[in-house]
Ligand binder design. Sequence first.
Ligand code: URA
Length: 435
Amino acid sequence: MPEIHDAVTVIATKRDGHALTDGQIDWVIDAFTHGSVHAEQMSALAMAILLRGMNRREIARWTAAMMNSGERMDFTHLRRDGKKLKTVDKHSTGGVGDKITLPLAPLVASFGVAVPQLSGRGLGHTGGTLDKLEAIAGWRADLTNDEIVAQLESVGAVICAAGATLAPADKKLYALRDVTGTVESIPLIASSIMSKKIAEGTGALVLDVKVGSGAFMKSEADARELAEIMVELGNQAGVHTSALLTSMSEPLGLTAGNALEVAESVDVLAGGGPPDVVELTVALAAAMLDAAGITGVDPADNLSNGKAMDVWDAMIRAQGGDPRAPLPVAAESEVIRAQTAGVVETIDAMAVGVAAWRLGAGRERQGEAVQAEAGVKLHVSAGDRVAVGDPLFTMYTGTPQRFAAGSAALAGAAVIGSTAPQARSRVIDRVTVNT
Ligand code: URA
């Protein structure tokens, strides 16, 4: 006899603190994807999961059910010069100024590994990789599966939109979570990310799990738990998965905003750029190359010798963009200056992310347009000395009435005191299957 399920019983099971059965999970994801479990019912279930949690069996089943709601891509047949190409991808749980995918994908591909980076758009204070790349004139995010395969075989790196057929249950559920205060649930974040990444068909995956004020996970313990669950889910599904725990208490690099972040990424590809962006790019590249079985190389070499830049140029051109075209520049800018002298002790990542978003770099609702030129440039980093009147931030926007909201977000974002903070690596720890 097939099991009969109904939404209210599934919600009540979780509301009362019980584990969902495999049958309940498969049914509710399928019924939600096809519309017979309604948005208000799924929202209630998401809130029950956020409050009550899920055990590892439930998370694995929920992930598999979301992955099975759409197609699973297969890159095992990729070839270049008659030889099989390995695939490796990176996913970040999201942070402020996190432009790492832009230099990282071409850098890893420059070592002969294929990088299929299926990405999303930004929502709220964290930027989206596709929004950033769309600042480049002519660049196209939407590729067919055949175009993705052809580009991986010829160029090695693809950054493009995840198609509608990839984990559609997650697309619907994420949109609901975003408006119902149910994003910050470890089981829901882990299953959301891993259902897409496993469906994407990569052979190996390195997760960049952010921790700090600008991240979903504010504590190291939560970030570690999220990383461990995702590493387990990936490896159980046959994807060689590891994670780096990295700090997101301060913005990454000196820019937040689409065109500003592209320009900073190009600086990194040219062998320059802010030290923290370079450090994290190289650390993630090393982990990705290791996962693909490439050892004994220093990823930094291909930033300084131009090989990563060559792949970037080819990748942008293959998707219709002109890598040499000037990036959009905001018509209006306003500088925020130090009111006191001293040492910059911290810069609040969340404040900078919210400011960039309010200036027009991000969207409040799905589907809204973003301003390519809007954002925030930081003139200082933690540890720098400032005098009264020194510039701390420059805000950019095409709509000057947004400056008030941007300055309100940045008020107090740079804490100026007398104690220089200790220089710390962005990388806190590495999480692998056996840790
Ligand atoms: N990114 C995702 O793809 N899903 C989440 O739930 C959170 C971050």
